[in-house]
Write a protein that binds this ligand. Structure first.
Ligand SMILES: Nc1ncnc2c1ncn2[C@@H]1O[C@H](COP(=O)(O)OP(=O)(O)OP(=O)(O)O)[C@@H](O)[C@H]1O
Length: 319
């Protein structure tokens, strides 16, 4: 079994009377890209700060590379690179000078510092602008410089808090590719916090969905949707007349159908698979008139929007 490089056990954080992280338990394996996905205020940053030993848990434990972050924050800091959503650089120093400065702070000799800085600037595709002042960098370039900056100390884990915030689509693609590449080439474990499902979906091996301080589901993309809405992946609205007892029983007995509700002349059927074709046949066969059948398929994308943004995706068939 691959070892857990990040281990969180029953972690809780309370501010006054507000519990912002509640009984969180999570294991992240060495070499994984794990996405912590959740809306603003879900508690992602608070969790990250506890992982880094920068905020003390109210209860529970956090281990990174086997080190207790709360008790040994300095040791953890040597193993973990942290990229906050907006990195601060000396704007009147060049990209190269900024990186050399960080390298020197991390104890590298002058020549070694410059060598490492150049190597990393090449990795993040900034070597051509190495001598440009960081203050003149775009936000995307600053984030890439930020990635180089956290890599200076050769960390085993990098934690990225909303790394693509405020970056244009092309820049987002670059950053995501770069993270994936660093994970593969340098065998770095990545914890990525984001509220963008699509971005997380593109690069993460596993995802945890975090809502109001609680991890409501975790797994790879294929299993997440099923875990979240196991029973009701499909909701089928069937407008027909009459809705006889016989029809109701026949529909209820269809494989995958979990539940039926009746609202006026509409049957609402909750099912695990799409059974709309069988239902439309059944309505007609049993002598009712079919006016409309409307199918809602809650894939992960829809689930996420429905959960966090109150939107739904419809597929409507008018007959
Ligand atoms: N120092 C603090 N004192 C009191 N409440 C805090 C403090 N820091 C965070 N909170 C509260 O904790 C909750 C979780 O915040 P947190 O920043 O961890 O969420 P998040 O998921 O990272 O969201 P965002 O993406 O907006 O940063 C919020 O309600 C926030 O107001």
């Amino acid at each position: 079994m691959t070892e857990a490089i990040i281990k969180i056990e029953n972690l809780t954080k309370q501010y006054d009377d507000q519990i912002v992280v509640e009984q969180l338990s999570l294991s992240i394996k060495k070499g994984e890209i794990f996405g912590l996905l959740g809306p603003n205020g879900a508690g992602k940053t608070t969790t990250i700060l506890m992982l880094l030993g920068l905020s003390e848990p109210t209860a529970g434990r956090v281990y990174v590379c086997g080190i207790d972050s709360t008790r040994n924050p300095i040791e953890v800091k040597q193993k973990v690179g942290y990229l906050p959503d907006d990195v601060g650089f000396y704007s009147n120093m060049t990209g190269l000078e900024n990186l050399v400065y960080t390298a020197r702070l991390n104890g590298l000799e002058k020549n070694e510092a410059e060598k490492r800085a150049r190597y990393l600037l090449t990795k993040v595709n900034l070597i051509d602008v190495a001598h440009k002042k960081a203050g003149k960098y775009s936000r995307g370039m600053r984030q890439r410089l930020g990635l180089a900056d956290v890599l200076i100390k050769n960390p085993e884990v990098i934690i990225l808090d909303e790394p693509t915030l405020g970056i244009d689509p092309e820049g987002v693609r670059d950053i995501l590719q770069l993270i994936k590449q660093l994970n593969r080439e340098e065998q770095i474990t990545v914890l990525l916090s984001s509220h963008h499902l699509h971005q997380v979906q593109q690069i993460c091996d596993r995802v945890g969905i975090f809502v109001s301080g609680k991890l409501i589901a975790e797994g790879n993309m294929d299993t997440l949707a099923r875990k979240l809405f196991l029973q009701d992946t499909f909701t089928i609205h069937v407008k027909c007349h009459p809705i006889s007892e016989k029809l109701r029983v026949a529909v209820k007995q269809l494989p995958y159908v979990n539940k039926i509700e009746i609202e006026d002349d509409t049957m609402i059927i909750y099912s695990k698979e799409d059974v709309s074709a069988q239902i439309s046949h059944m309505v007609i066969e049993l002598g009712s008139r079919l006016y409309e059948i409307q199918k809602k398929n809650f894939g992960l994308d829809e689930i996420y929007h429905r959960y966090f943004e109150g939107r739904e995706s419809d597929e409507v068939k008018h007959l």
